[in-house]
Design a protein around this ligand. Structure first.
Ligand SMILES: Nc1nc2c(ncn2[C@@H]2O[C@H](COP(=O)(O)OP(=O)(O)OP(=O)(O)O)[C@@H](O)[C@H]2O)c(=O)[nH]1
Ligand SMILES: [Mg+2]
Length: 404
């Protein structure tokens, strides 16, 4: 009890008329034992609390507490890190999301809006952010770590404005948000970013080429399947592989590919990442035309980016963004249910296509040995509480109860 009271800011008044969601988050904050969990629930509390006169004081206190906790956390992280600067933010959540863009494109503003915070410095001058800024948010239970990286500029790939570190930061992420400023030429901005990233061996929203190349001990180069890149045959494949130092290899084409894709398949250091474009400053005059220009360019160039128009000033475009980002990750959330019927608040995060077996592996490998069956609720269940085996494929939002 004393511990709980210690968490209340001095002079705090217990809120009496909070909305239900806010009360739940507040209670969880009081119960939380780690700084991370306290920050997490306080942020959630501030995000869901319905504002009215009766809670104003309490909200202000919660904000102050949150600031203090964040400062405490920053100090702790700093002392753990030592004096050396760390550019690669260690992955501490279910997925890491990089926020990138040209200078002044609104990256910090997007980070703050998503993290429901004002921790990242926003400035009308260029290069306000010179080191990664970190925040976090949740998408129906999945925790997303947000990392704003300093601007991508012409020459990033050559190291301009810490460009090499920026590119390494992008490669470290699971998903990329590209902030495109709608008050400026949107196509030029996107082209510059894609160009630098391409040279930096990062491909966005491009699936890995469907070619497997396996080096073997002997047998020359063997090419299977009838799919070769446009207009070329087996000989060209063998020639390119020889030119790249392959003597003996087995090559399998799982679908037709272009020459560029084939060359990408040879390079194991290329990163393939999902990405979304966040079109920023949608409140500024002329932004509508620029938004349409951007959409046409994306469509005509067959770039497969979802474009989300936003305005920080008008608080538009952010309501569903957490969920849109999660969907782009190619992952699913699976919740466990205990013997009492309580459903865990934090889901297990699995790759799309995972089965009950994959979920149990994450929970406890030992459980697999003693597995009897699982009951399942949600989209993969034919009916609520269906009894299934290890090979049932799971879908986002499923609930499982494992009997072992
Ligand atoms: N009108 C309007 N201005 C915005 C919006 N979002 C950001 N800005 C302004 O754009 C400028 C740059 O915003 P930041 O969020 O600092 O941009 P950034 O990309 O992080 O900038 P650097 O870190 O310097 O590269 C600031 O003056 C913001 O106030 C928006 O939605 N509408
Ligand atoms: Mg910034």
């Amino acid at each position: 009890m004393q511990k709980t009271l210690d968490k209340l800011p001095k002079g705090s008044i217990m809120p009496i008329n909070l909305n239900r969601e806010a009360q739940v988050e507040w209670d969880k904050y009081l119960e939380a034992s780690s700084i991370d969990d306290q920050i997490f629930h306080l942020e959630r509390f501030l995000g869901v609390c319905v504002k009215h006169k009766g809670v104003e004081k309490h909200l202000a206190m919660a904000k102050t507490k949150l600031k203090k906790l964040k400062a405490q956390k920053a100090k702790l992280t700093q002392s753990k890190k030592g004096s050396g600067e760390k550019w690669l933010v260690p992955k501490g959540e279910d997925a890491q999301i990089a926020i990138i863009g040209n200078v002044n494109s609104g990256k910090s503003s997007v980070l703050n809006e998503l993290a429901r915070s004002d921790a990242a410095k926003v400035g009308s001058y260029p290069f306000t952010t010179v080191k990664p800024e970190v925040g976090s948010t949740t998408a129906k239970g999945a925790r997303l770590q947000l990392v704003e990286l300093p601007a991508v500029v012409e020459g990033s790939v050559k190291g301009e404005m810490s460009g090499k570190l920026v590119l390494a930061g992008i490669r470290n992420a699971d998903c990329v948000l590209i902030a495109i400023d709608l008050s400026e030429d949107p196509v030029g901005q996107l082209q510059l970013i894609l160009e630098e990233l391409k040279k930096g061996k990062i491909r966005l929203n491009v699936t890995k080429p469907p070619v497997s190349i396996e080096k073997v001990g002997s047998g020359n180069i063997q090419v299977f399947n009838d799919y070769f890149f446009e207009g070329e045959g087996k000989d060209a494949v063998i020639e390119i592989l020889r030119g790249n130092g392959y003597l003996n290899a087995i090559v399998r084409f799982h679908a037709p590919v272009s020459l560029d894709q084939f060359l990408d398949a040879l390079d194991k250091s290329i990163s393939y990442l999902p990405a979304i474009i966040i079109a920023t400053k949608g409140d500024i005059e002329g932004s509508r035309q620029n938004y349409e220009k951007l959409l046409s360019f994306v469509e005509e160039s067959n770039l497969k980016f979802q474009v989300i128009p936003t305005s920080v000033l008008q608080k538009e475009g952010f309501e569903e963004l957490d969920e849109i980002i999660f969907n782009q990750l190619g992952k699913i959330r699976v919740f466990t249910r205990n013997a009492k019927g309580d459903i865990a608040e934090r889901p297990i995060i699995l790759r799309k296509g995972s089965t009950v077996e994959n979920a149990i592996e994450v929970l406890s490998k030992k459980m697999l040995q003693y597995f009897r069956f699982t009951r399942i609720w949600g989209r993969s269940a034919k009916f609520d509480g269906e009894k299934v085996g290890l090979d049932r494929e799971l879908q986002d939002g499923d609930v499982i109860q494992v009997f072992a």
